[in-house]
Design a binder for this molecule. Structure first.
Ligand code: NI
Length: 199
């Protein structure tokens, strides 16, 4: 089922989400929540979604980046479930890049994030996950974990001067998108107008 996405201003977006009891993970209700989060993320072309964004203040996030005509050069991320994630930076290096958020529609802004993070979490079946994420993958995870702490990307921006409406972003700033990384800059490489990535 596609869930309603809470937008900025709804108190649930600013709430600190609570830990999931691992015994809850195998329950039908919880598994349905995970399915619904995936369906909702895909419906709105998100690359990640945190449970508070669908009015559930629990420490759960999903992420996925598949082949998508709108983001032809973005790094792929397999469908991942993160329950009670703990994220620790690996090194001090940070990088600024564009982010969007399904709870803050129509806007994009440049956000500094750690380039690499170590992630510990439980997976969909309650199994232990432990991995290092880098670059765009690390960015999406930091964005989602912020949601679990009642934070949005606007809070992380050094200043708000890069904040752009989607249309203006596409017109003036899209070529600046470093997540398109390896591809050469220029519109010739974009198969369709990019919306950038929201999560
Ligand atoms: Ni978001």
């Amino acid at each position: 089922m596609i869930l309603k996405v809470a937008r900025l201003g709804n108190p649930v977006v600013r709430q600190t989400a609570r830990e999931v009891d691992p015994r809850e993970i195998s329950s039908a209700d919880f598994q349905r929540l995970l399915d619904d989060m995936v369906e909702t993320m895909r419906e709105y072309d998100g690359v990640g979604l945190a449970a508070p964004q669908v009015h559930v203040p629990k420490r759960v996030a999903v992420l996925e980046v598949t082949d998508h005509p709108r983001y032809p050069h973005i790094e792929r991320i397999p469908l991942t479930f993160l329950i009670n994630p703990v994220v620790v930076p690996v090194g001090e290096e940070t990088e600024e890049d564009w982010e969007g958020c399904l709870s803050i529609p129509e806007l994009r802004g440049k956000v500094p994030r750690f380039k690499a993070v170590r992630v510990s979490a439980l997976g969909r079946q309650g199994e232990k996950l432990e991995f290092v994420a880098r670059n765009f993958h690390a960015r999406v995870i930091q964005h989602e974990v912020d949601h679990l702490n009642g934070m949005v990307y606007l809070d992380r921006m050094k200043d708000l001067r890069s904040l752009s409406y989607l249309l203006e972003w596409q017109r003036y700033w899209m070529d600046d998108l470093t997540v398109r990384g390896k591809a050469k800059k220029g519109k010739a490489h974009v198969e369709a107008p990019s919306k950038g990535a929201s999560s």
